[in-house]
Design a protein around this ligand. Structure first.
Ligand SMILES: [Zn+2]
Length: 335
């Protein structure tokens, strides 16, 4: 029997419904616990929340373009450079992507990499596999350059706040890299999981099949059993412990999958996402997490409530098995 447990419990909430003459009504809510980290999640009935609000991205792009420091007209003058001991050119380029240090020091080594100085607006369907792959390659080069100079900063991650609902302060689409001597909370939790349990978890998801999107090119894609946010999808890469260790083929495979996930988010009505790619260096465990982000309804409610921020338990009406069903065709036809 597998050592991996998919803990789930369904509760019935009972109330007298004012919309149906105060007749007794029962609704179901499901509590789940993540088999690896132990964090919990609530799966609410489908349709519990209104669909995400759509923003006029063209208007937001026009408002922010004139002073954008990441656009081609200003990027050379207005973004910082890496110290020459880390990178001789000061900035790292891969395809259209350009990487430079983050002015706001979130980490000992903190970078920003724009997909392209020429592309101030990239909606989710615009994030093609080649744009994503080039940006991941820029981040891989950053990780390698930092580690060559400062081997203690081994806790490396690649992250994204795509557009303001995801927390981005600069509109122009970009990734963020981070290299630290100490792990983040999630890196710490992942490091506490024996590598054999990670492998057992992936095998259990393959056996179960209801949340598996695809297994190809050394990467398993899964809709999270206990999602951290709306429509969370995870990828597990075999035999790698850090983003800077990824071989070209794995970068391309990740990029194809990320692009497919973003297409699914677009079809669900989302325009924004967070992404985190991180590993456990000695354990050869590498995990990618992506969640959709949005504001909901006419009042533009945030998707993070007390449950997400303070109880560390996401509540979502997008059941992971439903997300997997929607995403599977996109993975089958990935370019
Ligand atoms: Zn710009």
């Amino acid at each position: 029997m597998s050592r991996i447990a998919f803990e789930r419990e369904i509760f019935e909430a009972e109330l007298l419904d004012p919309y149906h003459g105060f007749a007794p009504t029962r609704t179901k809510v499901e509590a789940r616990r993540d088999p690896l980290t132990g964090h919990s999640a609530r799966i609410l009935p489908a349709g519990s929340f209104p669909p995400p609000a759509r923003h006029d991205l063209e208007r937001l792009a026009a408002e922010t373009r004139k002073t954008c420091p990441f656009c081609a007209e200003r990027i050379e003058e207005e973004t910082p450079r890496l110290p020459p001991a880390v990178n001789r050119d000061g900035r790292i380029r891969a395809g259209e992507a350009v990487l430079f240090p983050n002015l706001v020091p979130y980490a000992k080594w903190s970078s920003v990499s724009v997909y392209s100085p020429e592309r101030h607006l990239l909606s989710l369907p615009d994030l093609t596999p080649s744009l994503v792959a080039a940006n991941l390659l820029a981040q891989r080069a950053f990780g390698r350059a930092v580690l060559a100079f400062d081997p203690t900063s081994q806790w490396i991650s690649v992250n994204a706040n795509h557009l303001p609902p995801a927390g981005s302060s600069i509109f122009h689409p970009h990734l963020q890299g981070s290299a630290n001597p100490l792990p983040t909370t999630m890196q710490h939790l992942l490091a506490a999981v024996p590598p054999a349990d990670v492998r057992a978890y992936v095998a259990a998801e393959r056996d179960d099949g209801t949340r598996l999107l695809a297994s190809s090119g050394g990467i398993d894609w899964v809709a999270s059993f206990a999602p951290l946010g709306p429509a969370e999808i995870c990828a597990f890469a075999a035999g790698v412990g850090s983003p800077h260790d990824l071989e070209d083929a794995l970068v391309e495979e990740l990029a194809r999958g990320i692009s497919a996930v973003l297409g699914v988010y677009d079809r669900l009505g989302f325009q924004s996402f967070n992404l985190a790619l991180y590993g456990v260096p000695a354990a050869q465990t590498l995990l990618l997490r992506i969640v959709a982000r949005g504001y909901f309804g006419a009042a533009e409610r945030s998707d993070a409530m007390w449950s997400e921020r303070l109880q560390w338990e996401a509540a979502t009406d997008l059941a992971p098995e439903h997300v997997a069903e929607l995403a599977r065709p996109a993975f089958a036809r990935r370019g």
